[in-house]
Design a protein around this ligand. Structure first.
Ligand SMILES: [Zn+2]
Length: 264
């Protein structure tokens, strides 16, 4: 469930920074630094943990561009550092009043979900002093789905680009991650150090993504690599439903070509 919180943190950080005109004041307490945030509705952020590495994608790549700059600027370039940062700073993303967290009925569903995950639902804890910016910037990696190379197998990797598939023009984050994993298997064969693929996000899978995730899960179960795919943990699905973030099923979502990425 904590990986879902990481995805939610990055998603809320994107919208919060955009709403502040690119300022990280919600994190640092200062107007500087500022980071360029492009236009997007920031529908969804997803991440997938493979061994000690975490891959991150968004429905809209402009959000991914921001999140890469953001983590670099705050000096976060490994999964352990990202976990520690999210653990320490998640509540800064919540609405506040007079220096205290104040999530109310009218708050956005994502904020209500974060309040629930951080144990601040129905509580108004005081906000601590701002996050001290590190001197050293980090260097997270970016991977394009148009690359002929396999994605990196360590650190934080932001996955962008377009996957092959059919049924619509809009591409969803979790399927970008699966496409990257198909490239990974093609590049490295079956000599993976991790058998478990944990796909996590803000929202539960839509019907198109669910169908693809289930097909890939079955394909990998039988493949030589024998990876096990996990997504939509039942407790998390319940939390989402209770804050008004039940699964949406939009039309026009491209379904990944499973045979292409995970050939028999
Ligand atoms: Zn989807």
């Amino acid at each position: 469930m904590f990986n879902d919180q990481i995805a939610l943190y990055l998603n809320l950080a994107t919208t919060k920074t955009r709403g502040a005109g690119g300022s990280l004041s919600w994190l640092t307490g200062n107007e500087e630094p500022r980071i360029e945030v492009g236009h997007s509705t920031s529908q969804e952020t997803q991440c997938m943990v493979i061994g000690s590495s975490i891959w991150i994608a968004n429905n809209e790549d402009v959000d991914t561009d921001f999140q890469l700059l953001f983590l670099n600027r705050i000096g976060v370039d490994s999964y352990p550092k990202l976990k520690a940062h999210v653990e320490a700073n998640s509540i800064r993303l919540l609405p506040s009043h007079a220096g205290r967290i104040n999530v109310v009925g009218g708050s956005r569903p994502g904020e209500k979900l974060m309040a629930r995950l951080t144990g601040t639902e129905n509580r108004t804890p005081a906000l601590a002093d701002g996050f001290a910016m590190p001197v050293q910037q980090a260097a997270c990696q970016s991977y394009s789905l148009s690359s002929v190379n396999a994605p990196p197998a360590s650190g934080i990797v932001f996955v962008k680009g377009s996957y092959q598939g059919a049924g619509g023009e809009n591409e969803h984050a979790e399927q970008k991650l699966l496409a990257a994993f198909g490239h990974y298997l093609r590049g490295y064969g079956t000599s993976l150090y991790s058998k478990t693929l944990d796909v996590s996000g803000c929202k539960s899978a839509c019907s198109t993504c669910r169908g693809v995730l289930e097909a890939v899960r079955e394909r990998l179960r039988q493949a030589p690599s024998r990876n096990r795919v996990f997504f939509d943990e039942p407790d998390m699905v319940n939390h989402r439903g209770e804050v008004g973030m039940g699964a949406a099923h939009p039309h026009g979502i491209k379904a990944l070509d499973v045979d292409h990425y995970f050939p028999n």
